[in-house]
Each structure stands twice: as C-alpha cells, then as structure tokens.
Design a protein around this ligand. Structure first.
Ligand code: SAH
Ligand code: SF4
Ligand code: F3S
Length: 441
C-alpha cells in the first residue's frame, strides 16, 4: 500500500495542540503518516483557533496558500477542525471553496469516518454538533519515542462566560472526565516512557463539579501522584476564583506537583475585572499568590493579561501596571482586547482606540520583560533539578531540560540523558532561557 501523508497545522492553545496529537493518532490507524513537508501531503488538516481576530486571520491566510496546492493536486484532501471551524460550521465551505470537510470541537473521534467518506464520495462534509459524551477528549495518543512529557485532557468546555471570551460557545459546557479513565491513560503513557504530565482543561480548578462526586481536583492530583514512575505533574489553566486553599496547600503536600502555576489575572482593575465577569478582586488574587509563595518560595507564577478592554481608562490601565509591579510575574502573555461576535463585551461602551491599545501593550510587555530577566538573573548560581527533554533547539551539541518552575535550561552533555533528572548549576540567564552546567546526574 502506498504511504499516505498527513500534514497538520495547529493554531491556538495547548488544548488544541493536544487535540492535534489525538487527530494524528486516529489517522495513523488509517494509514496516514505525519509529514512536516506540506508539499508531500495527501491530507492537510488545520486545527483552528478563534480566540482573537488575529488568530482567525492566520487561519485564512494559511488556507489561501493551501488553495494553490489544491489547484496543482486536486486529489489533495483539506479539512478544518477546532474553534474557528466550530464557529463557522457550514459557512466555512462558503468562505473557502476548496475545503472538503469541517469538523467541530466535539467531533474529533469522527475523523476517520469523515475521511473515508471524503475519500470515497468526494462530498463536502460538515460535523459541528455538540455531544453530551466525552468521546472527543479521551482519544489515546501514543507518545513518540523519546518523549518525556505529555498532555492529558481532564475536562471539556467551559461554563464561565468571561465577557470577552468565545470559548464557552465553541467548546460547549464544562464536563469532567472520569478519574479512572484519566489514571488509565496516564499509566499507559508512563509505560511508554512519559515522566511528566500536564493536565489540561479551561478551568481545571472546577474539575469534578459536573459528576457531583467528592473527587475534586486536589484529590485527582493526589491520586495521580501515586503512579510510581510518574515524576512530575503540571496543570493548566487555573481560574483564580476557583483556585481553592486546598489546592494551594497541595503545592506543599504533593511533591510531584511542579512549582509553577499559570494563573490568568486579565486586569489589575477591580472595575474591569467585574466587567469581565471574572468573579475575583485584585486583592483576592494577590492573597492567593502570597499564599502560594509562602508555601513554595520558588514557585513560578505566570499569567495572561488583556489590555484595552472596553471602558479601560488610563487609570485602570495604570492599576494593571501597579499590580504587575507588585506581583512581579515570572512571565505573562498579554494581548490587545479583540472584540468577538456574540460575547457580552461586544455590547459594552467605551471601546479603546487601537493605537492606544498598542501603546499600552508595548509598555506592559516592556515592563514584563524587565521582570522576567530580573527573576531569571536571580537564578544565576543556583542549583536546579531538570527533567531532560532532549536536544536543545539552539545547538546540536546541547541538551535541554526544564526546571520544576518550567524554565528552559540548555546545557552541554555528551551523554544520552533524555528522560533523566539531572542537577545543574545555572551559569547564565537570558530572557527566554537559562544556561546551566551539570553538577550531578
Ligand atoms: N481558559 C483559560 C484561557 C483561555 S484563552 C483561562 O481562563 O485562563 C487564553 C487567554 O486569551 C485568556 O486568558 C485571555 O487573556 C485571552 N483572551 C481571551 N479572549 C480574548 C479576547 N477577546 N481578546 C483578547 N484576549 C483574549
Ligand atoms: Fe474563556 Fe473565561 Fe472560560 Fe477561560 S474561564 S475559557 S477566559 S470563558
Ligand atoms: Fe483558541 Fe479554542 Fe484554544 S479559541 S485558544 S483553540 S479553546
């Protein structure tokens, strides 16, 4: 049988990255091999994102490029999945004439059947129905040889309806995956060499709420911690409102839980947080951060910030800057507010002018860079334990590992250490990585 090649491109968040891994696994069973060369592809899949206007634009421009390939090779199959596909549904075919199929966020498990149908009948397909099952998130994706870290989806959807956000409309209602399924998947991953898992969900802190039993997120982490060969546990994303003191304590109790938390704050103004429907104040947020730092002094705190939300005055913006100064995040992702159709914020008054948003964003990012480099510089001379992930991206001769706090450390070694834990001394700090020297294996 001739090899068939799959080219898959992922936009958006880690959830999408993992969904793409699941898609590739399903298609491997149908004889499709992954390729990084789009020109070789028999099937191209775009796993799309719609969180901001820019994310959607990127998808359209990539589809333009793919249209030219399809002119040269009419046999080429092109499909779109993910959040923009969920949003547009059938309309995607109207906008982009060369699509063969469009599938939504709850339809990943139907991919093999859709492909067969396109292969045989060459009809245009759309599958964007929401389902009440969790079929779409429990697909096992075997890790590639030598992979150390894996994602595990523990819940689907979101019920929070932050006023700016499209995710609840595109990923459906929140639903937690049964703990036994999660444990079984992690055991399988560990048997294949995985040593670190990142538990994924839009709001992992509310895990367990939907099946009404008493196993909450902290209990799940403790259960996962008992899997003996698993060494590290991470999770993402946490909602500050639902981050319980029980979970904060878990950072002191569960030694496999890494010393990093991504805790999106979004704004430093209580007035804006309320308009965003976030359900916490800056003071409550800071109290939780202080508590985390008291229990794990080295913990890395990262965050997301939206700049220029409707009604954000110079004063509100200044409060965000003040909050950043007070907290000093290890790093942040900051974005200009992007208006999304159908969200509550679309109807708010006081839209901030684009140039003003850019000016504020540049300033906030410069401040963050300063904080990031200062926190990294403070690590120079310290001893850190790394989990080695493989070759460094920068140099063939270097290896790369991450600290428990999720920082990248490059170091020289002749040995094959992937999957091992090593101790390094940090010799140099940069903005996006650190350099280290092995002191112990
Ligand atoms: N569920 C996660 C993250 C979802 S999206 C959470 O609640 O943290 C990732 C980030 O994108 C958000 O934290 C937010 O900062 C940003 N974002 C979401 N909608 C946006 C919009 N309309 N404009 C700009 N940024 C947005
Ligand atoms: Fe969006 Fe808020 Fe849900 Fe995160 S918690 S996905 S920002 S609605
Ligand atoms: Fe984008 Fe959907 Fe993730 S909108 S950020 S891919 S949940």
């Amino acid at each position: 049988m001739k090899n068939k090649y799959l080219y898959i491109e992922t936009f958006g968040c880690q959830m999408n990255v993992h969904d793409s891994e699941q898609m590739a696994a399903l298609l491997a069973d149908k004889g499709y091999k992954l390729t990084e060369n789009i020109k070789l592809a028999d099937l191209i899949l775009l796993n799309t994102c719609s969180i901001r206007e820019k994310a959607a634009h990127k998808v359209y421009s990539e589809l333009g490029r793919i249209g030219k390939l399809k002119e040269q090779n009419p046999e080429l199959i092109v499909g779109v999945g993910g959040c923009l596909a969920q949003h547009l549904g059938r309309k995607f075919h109207k906008r982009v004439g060369h699509l063969d199929f469009v599938f939504g966020t709850h339809n990943i498990h139907r991919l093999p059947e859709m492909i067969s149908s396109v292969e045989n009948k060459r009809e245009k397909i759309t599958n964007v129905d929401f389902s009440k099952s969790l079929n779409s998130i429990g697909i096992y994706a075997p890790p590639a040889n030598g992979t150390v870290s894996a994602f595990v989806t523990i819940m689907q959807g979101c019920n929070n309806f932050c006023s700016y956000c499209v995710v609840p409309y595109l990923r459906g209602p929140e639903m937690s995956r049964p703990p036994d399924d999660i444990i079984e998947e992690i055991r399988k991953l560990v048997d294949r060499g995985i040593r670190e898992v990142t538990l994924l969900g839009q709001n992992v802190n509310s895990y367990g709420r939907t099946f009404g039993n008493d196993l909450n997120f902290t209990a799940l982490i403790k259960k996962i911690g008992k899997i003996s060969e698993l060494e590290r546990i991470r999770f993402m994303t946490s909602h500050p409102r639902d981050l319980s003191y029980e979970l904060i304590n878990c950072f002191a109790e569960e030694e496999k839980l890494c010393e990093h938390i991504h805790l999106p704050v979004q704004s430093g103004s209580n007035r804006i947080l309320e308009l965003m429907n976030r359900g916490y104040t800056v003071e409550e947020y800071i109290k939780k951060v202080d508590c985390l730092r008291k229990l794990r002094p080295q913990i890395s705190i990262t965050s997301d910030i939206i700049i220029g939300f409707p009604g954000e005055t110079q004063n509100d913006y200044q409060e965000t800057i003040d909050m950043m100064e007070k907290i000093r995040f290890d790093s942040t992702f900051s974005f200009k507010y992007s208006e999304r159709k159908g969200t509550a914020a679309e109807k708010l008054e006081g839209k901030v002018e684009e140039g003003e948003k850019s000016r504020r964003l540049t300033q906030a990012q410069a401040l963050q860079d300063q904080h990031t480099i200062e926190t990294n510089l403070a690590m120079e001379g310290s001893l850190q334990e790394l989990l080695v992930e493989g070759k460094s991206k920068n140099s063939e001769n270097d290896l790369m590992g991450r600290t428990s706090s999720w920082k990248i450390v490059n170091f020289k070694s002749e040995l094959e250490l992937t999957g091992k834990r090593v101790k390094v001394k940090i010799t140099k700090a940069y903005l996006h990585s650190l350099r280290g020297k092995i002191v112990d294996i």
